[in-house]
Every structure is written in structure tokens, then in C-alpha cells.
Design a protein around this ligand. Structure first.
Ligand code: GUN
Ligand code: ZN
Length: 455
């Protein structure tokens, strides 16, 4: 693994005070529901003390308070914001991204299950996890909620690679005891036991967090869902993640498997799986009673636009979700999703909203990809903003990253237009650098960052 040490901080790379001069953006509220939802400092300064944010504000004001000798990393002309948060992604599906199939269920059969089988080999899991995390960092994503496979060693490999990079990651072992190939099947009992062992080993170890991960209702028996719900109650500060109401064939299948449930979501509710830190991917075919229940239990939605378009699953309904005030976040859903980039994900999310008659301003999309994700995960104050004391996970975006971006962004008239151009035209090339807990782990160009010393 190649970790890029911050070239301007010899010795301990994250020790002491570091300051970064750039335009700064971070959110304090959801711009869909509040005025003054964000802080924007055109000529800003971000001050990082070791692994945490100390201050974010105007350069002219904060500069005077810097102790003599503090290094100021000069990113003028670029934009610094909190690292992106991707609330639903499958690391074992990295190697099968962009595999064609006419819908979710044939895609799972043809590509997903054979690909996940390979994670019985811990060395394969380690190699894929390493590539996956570096790819997230290249795209500016510093936290993700990640599905591993049914193999506990796939979780061990993932957390070990995440810990090496000191990333704040959430991950879990898939629980799956029916309607899948024998080679990927656990049992209700072994799935719960192995999940509990992983919780005890990894949950809250450094920056790692555990998610109880029943794949989706069709691949779990009632006994397995019961035990997953019991684990979620026994360990209330763990996460829980699953898929719901993604595709009409899948919804019909769930109806036939659970005829007594009022709805697909109600299957999970019945087993005690709706609560804060529960993350439900897709949520396309919910009804208003489901949405009300999501809001009431503070369960959150992962909106997976690129995946939903790719697999022809449907369009997420923003108007109804917002009317119910459901916690929302954005996700790539790789490998059903077609990009690791949250900027490309915003691009397609915007179009999904338009097709459904809603309008998503760029400010809202950047909120959803940062503070909205943190709030959906109950991590506000820890990640997703520059509030003092938050963990210093941040990215540097370059509005001049490509000739077209440079041309377009030099003609924008306000912040919304600038962010809109970044969301619609941006991708991994737009991410000039990614910092994790105060330490630079990705730099697009190997050129040293210009620095001036405050004397
Ligand atoms: N539903 C159950 N498993 C999966 C998966 O791996 N990807 C997607 N998109 N949907 C699922
Ligand atoms: Zn998924």
C-alpha cells in the first residue's frame, strides 16, 4: 500500500497545527428546509489540529491567530469541503462494475454471486479491499457504508485495510441463508454468531464501525431476520444495512415470501430492524405509510441513482420523501452503480429528480453527500462538516481540473452555478487531494503543495 505522506509535514505527518488556504464550503443544515444552511468562505482558512478541525473561516480573520511558524498550505483557486460520504456500496463488486444484465435478479445470479464467491480467499479479499479504498480516496470519498460478503474473513480483510489508512468506515458481513447458491449460504445461527464476533472485534475499534447486514428479505429466512433484529437490539449503537423496494420483480417476490407483511419495509419493521443507524438502500417502491415509518424511526434512505438507472429499477421520489421528512443520503451502490465518484452520482441523481418532476439544487446535492450522509448515520459533529472538534476528513476540489471544467467554471456567476458545474461535469479528476484525519492520502498530481510559512 502506498500512503502519500503530506510532503510539507516531515516526521509525524499528522502532528501539530496545519492550515489550508482555499475557498471553504460546509453545511450546517439541509438547504431544502432552511435558509443559511451553509458556510462559504471565498478566501478561507481551514485550521487542523492533529486529527481534528480546529477552525474554519475567513483567511483574513483567522490568519492573525495562527502561531508563528504554522504552515499554510496554499490551495487558492480550489475548494475545500468535507470528504464525501457514500452510504451504500459493495466492495466485493469492484471487479464486476459495468456488467450487463436485464435487471436486478438476473444480474445477481449471473455476476454477483460468482464474483462474491471468490472472497472465500482472504488474500483476494485483501487485494480488492486495498484497491477499493484507494479508489474511494481518489474520488474524494472518506466514509462509506460497505457490504462485504458472507465470509467473515472478507470483513476482516476490509477493516484491516481501512484501519491501515485510519479511515472512518462502516462495514458488515452479509447474512444470507436461503435463495442463493450453496457456496454463499450461512445459517440463521452461524450468520448471527459470526456477526456478533465481528461486532465485538471491530465495532468502535479506532475509526471502524460495524453494520449488521442481512442482504435483503428474499435471501434470509424468518429465523435469520429474527436474529438480525435481536442483534440490532442487543447492540443498539451498531449500524444495520439492507436493501428494500428496489425493483418491482423483487417487491413481488417479497410479497409471495412474506404474505402477512403490510409492505416490503414492514418485513424489516416486524423484526425490529428500523431504528437510528439503520440504512435502507433504494426505497423506490415505498408507500407513504412506509415513508412515515422511516421518519418516525429515524431510519435513513440511501439513494442509489446510477444503480437504479443502470438496472432499470426505477426513479426515487424526492417530493414524497421530503414531504415525510425522511433522512436522505446519496450512494454509489457499486457494482450495481456505475461510478465510484460521488460527483458523477450527483449528476445522475439530479436527472432522476428531474424525471420525477422534482428539482435538486447543487447546494442540496453537496449537502446530501456530506452533512446529510453524516446525519443519516447519526455522525453529525464527527464527520461531514467543519464544526470545531470534527474529524479532519476533507477534500480539495479543482474547478480547473479539465479544460471543459475550467472553461465552464470561469463563467459561473454564483456559488450554486459553480457547484452545479462541478456536480454535472466533475469526476475523480476534479479531486485534487483527499485528507483523512489530517493526513494527505491522495494527491492527484505528485507536485508538492505550495506552502508559505507564517512567521
Ligand atoms: N439486492 C440484493 N443484493 C443486492 C446487490 O448486491 N445489489 C443491488 N443493487 N441490489 C441488491
Ligand atoms: Zn446494494
Amino acid at each position: 500500500m502506498k500512503l502519500i505522506d503530506n510532503p510539507m509535514t516531515p516526521g509525524s505527518p499528522s502532528s501539530g497545527l496545519q492550515a489550508y488556504r482555499a475557498s471553504l464550503l460546509h453545511f450546517t443544515a439541509d438547504p431544502a428546509f432552511h435558509d443559511n444552511a451553509y458556510a462559504w468562505h471565498e478566501d478561507g482558512l481551514l485550521i487542523v489540529n492533529d486529527v481534528r478541525i480546529q477552525a474554519a473561516g475567513d483567511y483574513a480573520q483567522l490568519k492573525a491567530g495562527l502561531p508563528p511558524g504554522t504552515q499554510v498550505h496554499d490551495y487558492r483557486g480550489k475548494l475545500i469541503m468535507p470528504g464525501f460520504i457514500d452510504t451504500h456500496i459493495h466492495y466485493p463488486q469492484t471487479d464486476m462494475i459495468a456488467s450487463p444484465a436485464p435487471g436486478l435478479l438476473p444480474w445477481l445470479e449471473t455476476y454477483t454471486f460468482p464474483t462474491e464467491r471468490k472472497f472465500a480467499d482472504p488474500e483476494h479479499a485483501r487485494e480488492v479491499a486495498s484497491f477499493f479504498l484507494d479508489e474511494l480516496l481518489r474520488c474524494g470519498t472518506t466514509t462509506a457504508m460497505v457490504y462485504c460478503t458472507v465470509h467473515p474473513s472478507s470483513v476482516e480483510a476490509f477493516f484491516a485495510e481501512s484501519e491501515k489508512r485510519n479511515l472512518r468506515m462502516v462495514a458488515g458481513k452479509i447474512m444470507m441463508d436461503r435463495n442463493c447458491p450453496e457456496f454463499l449460504r450461512d445459517t440463521a445461527e452461524s450468520g448471527a454468531r459470526e456477526s456478533e464476533e465481528l461486532i465485538r472485534k471491530w465495532h468502535k475499534r479506532g475509526r471502524q464501525l460495524y453494520a449488521i447486514t442481512p442482504r435483503f428479505a428474499p435471501t434470509s429466512t424468518e429465523a435469520q431476520l429474527q436474529l438480525a433484529g435481536e442483534l440490532a437490539t442487543a447492540y443498539p449503537d451498531t449500524y444495520l444495512q439492507t436493501h428494500v423496494a428496489e425493483n418491482t420483480d423483487e417487491v413481488a417476490w417479497v410479497k409471495s415470501l412474506f404474505p402477512k407483511a403490510r409492505s416490503y419495509l414492514d418485513v424489516y419493521d416486524h423484526y425490529g430492524m428500523m431504528r437510528p443507524r439503520a440504512m435502507y438502500a433504494h426505497c423506490i417502491w415505498l408507500d407513504d405509510a412506509d415513508r412515515a415509518r422511516m421518519a418516525e424511526t429515524q431510519s435513513a434512505v440511501s439513494i442509489c441513482a446510477t444503480s437504479n438507472l443502470f438496472l432499470g429499477s426505477g426513479l426515487f421520489d424526492f417530493a414524497r420523501a421530503d414531504a415525510a421528512q425522511v433522512p436522505l443520503s446519496l450512494a454509489t451502490d457499486v457494482g450495481g452503480g456505475t461510478s465510484f465518484s460521488m460527483l458523477q452520482t450527483m449528476n445522475e441523481t439530479y436527472k432522476v429528480a428531474r424525471m420525477g418532476g422534482a428539482y435538486l439544487p447543487a447546494l442540496r446535492m453537496f449537502y446530501l453527500a456530506t452533512l446529510g450522509g453524516a446525519r443519516s448515520m447519526q455522525l453529525e459533529g464527527t464527520i461531514g462538516s467543519f464544526t470545531p472538534g470534527a474529524e479532519a476528513d476533507f477534500i480539495v476540489l479543482d474547478p480547473h481540473a479539465t479544460p471543459l471544467l475550467e472553461r465552464r467554471t470561469s463563467r459561473t456567476n454564483n456559488l450554486e452555478e459553480l457547484l452545479f458545474a462541478l456536480a454535472l461535469l466533475g469526476d475523480d479528476r476534479t479531486v485534487a487531494a483527499t485528507y483523512v484525519a489530517g493526513r494527505q492520502l491522495h494527491a492527484r498530481n505528485d507536485r508538492a503543495v505550495e506552502t508559505d510559512l507564517v512567521l
